[in-house]
Design a protein around this ligand. Structure first.
Ligand code: SAM
Length: 404
């Protein structure tokens, strides 16, 4: 990783074909290769923590090698998905889910099959054509009836369902060859939808039986206080926090979250995004204008940057300056809380991306380095890993440090 080129192997795209890491490809995920390279330097007895679990890349890679590993996240769907990826599945469950998948794929084709309500996604017709939506509603009802979301069977079926719902959506890049051309008899489409679900079940089951060597867990928790960890301490932190780039994970994950019942209305998405670090979606933006800083430690180089961003745009400049200030306040709280959960001499590794606002480059990696120093970490090193964008000077960095 010399950091000069755009290397898709160093993003979630590189996780393709990597067993459970490839169960559901989501944008929040970071590169498994980066995690593997870091884990190569870690002794087996080291306990690994990821305070921003996302799709559970770190705990899955660490537990597969045999480390004790824990992660936490604030998003309930990602907590469920992470736990689903980390569990053991008996051979008998795998066989059973294979058979159930066949049955459900078929029965959802029937016009008389029970159907779930369509999820309350805004402009749902933009996401799915009517017959794809109809098939998904029948499939969803079948899965709900067959197995609870927290049972082994129910988890595997639902991850396959998530793959199918995205494959059948108009948002999918690899839109199935089941093309929606002029002459498309509904029955033909439904047979193809069923084939897609069968393939998705098979894809999941191919890597369900071999379990990670250690049982790892994703905890529901806020990384700004890390109360979820109790008094547990770790030797190694490998993580990728949200970047201050206004990306909303909730927004990205909406289709899955609505279908699986983690969101029931748009307001909830905004609320969740407001609780997440770096979120700015829906209600989160208006809240930001009313937000007041708590007087948390700030990196010294932040204040002049905020002034520049504020001056960058008459209306949005002040909003974005607040966004950045809140982001670094949250980061500072997180690193302060983290210090209590890392043994002295333990190492932390943060994969972070820089960002620009109105031409002002925010050197996120340098601000992390400064905050780590302020919160009891030393020997800070910053390495550039990869270019994120062909035009702008946007990079991903690895910031590493040791607990003093
Ligand atoms: C960049 S993603 C992590 C991606 C992960 N490394 C992976 O491979 O999937 C950042 C994660 O931080 C979570 N997050 C945001 N704010 C949080 C908070 N206050 N506490 C815990 N997790 C939070 C988001 O839900 C998101 O899953």
């Amino acid at each position: 990783m010399d950091g000069s080129t755009r290397n898709s192997d160093l993003t979630y795209r590189g996780n393709r074909g990597r067993g459970r890491h490839d169960w559901l490809r989501l944008t929040p995920a970071y590169s498994l290769s980066v995690v593997e390279q870091l884990l190569d330097q870690v002794a087996l007895e080291e306990r690994v923590l990821d305070p921003f679990s996302g799709t559970a890349t770190t705990p899955l890679a660490a537990a597969t090698r045999g480390h004790e590993a824990v992660s936490c996240d604030i998003n309930p769907f990602l907590i469920w998905l992470g736990e689903t990826k980390l569990r053991r599945y008996d051979r008998s469950v795998v066989t059973e889910v294979g058979e159930l998948g066949e049955e459900l794929a078929e029965s959802a084709r029937s016009p008389s099959a029970a159907r779930s309500e369509a999820p309350p996604i805004h402009h749902i017709e933009r996401w799915w054509h009517a017959d794809a939506l109809d098939y998904l509603r029948a499939l969803h009802a079948g899965i709900e009836h067959a197995a609870d979301a927290h049972s082994a069977r129910g988890r595997l079926l639902r991850v396959a369902f998530c793959r199918t719902l995205m494959a059948l959506s108009n948002a999918a890049f690899d839109h199935p060859s089941m093309s929606f051309d002029d002459a498309r008899p509904e029955e033909r489409d439904k047979a193809l939808f069923a084939a897609r679900f069968r393939d998705d079940v098979a894809h999941i089951l191919a890597s369900a039986a071999p379990a990670p060597r250690r049982r790892a867990h994703v905890l529901a928790g806020d990384s700004r206080d890390l109360d979820a960890l109790g008094d547990r301490r770790f030797d190694r932190v490998i993580t990728s926090p949200p970047y201050p780039n206004r990306m909303s994970y909730v927004r990205e994950l909406r289709p899955y979250m609505y279908w699986l019942g983690y969101l029931r209305e748009a307001r909830e998405a905004g609320e969740l995004d407001w609780r997440a670090i770096g979120g700015t979606w829906g209600v989160a933006t208006s809240r930001l204008m009313r937000w007041t800083p708590r007087g948390e430690v700030e990196p010294a180089s932040l204040a002049p940057l905020l002034l520049e961003v504020e001056a960058g745009h008459a209306t949005n400049g002040p909003l974005l300056a607040r966004y950045l200030r809140r982001y670094f306040e949250d980061t500072s709280r997180h690193l302060r809380a983290l210090r209590d959960h890392v043994v002295t001499g333990g190492s932390v590794h943060y994969v972070v991306g820089n960002s620009t606002f109105y031409g002002v480059l925010v050197p996120v990696e340098a601000l992390y380095a400064e905050l780590l120093e302020r919160h009891g970490f030393g020997a800070v090193e910053v390495k550039r890993i990869r270019k994120r964008n062909s035009k702008k000077a946007l990079y991903e960095f690895l910031v590493s440090a040791r607990a003093r």
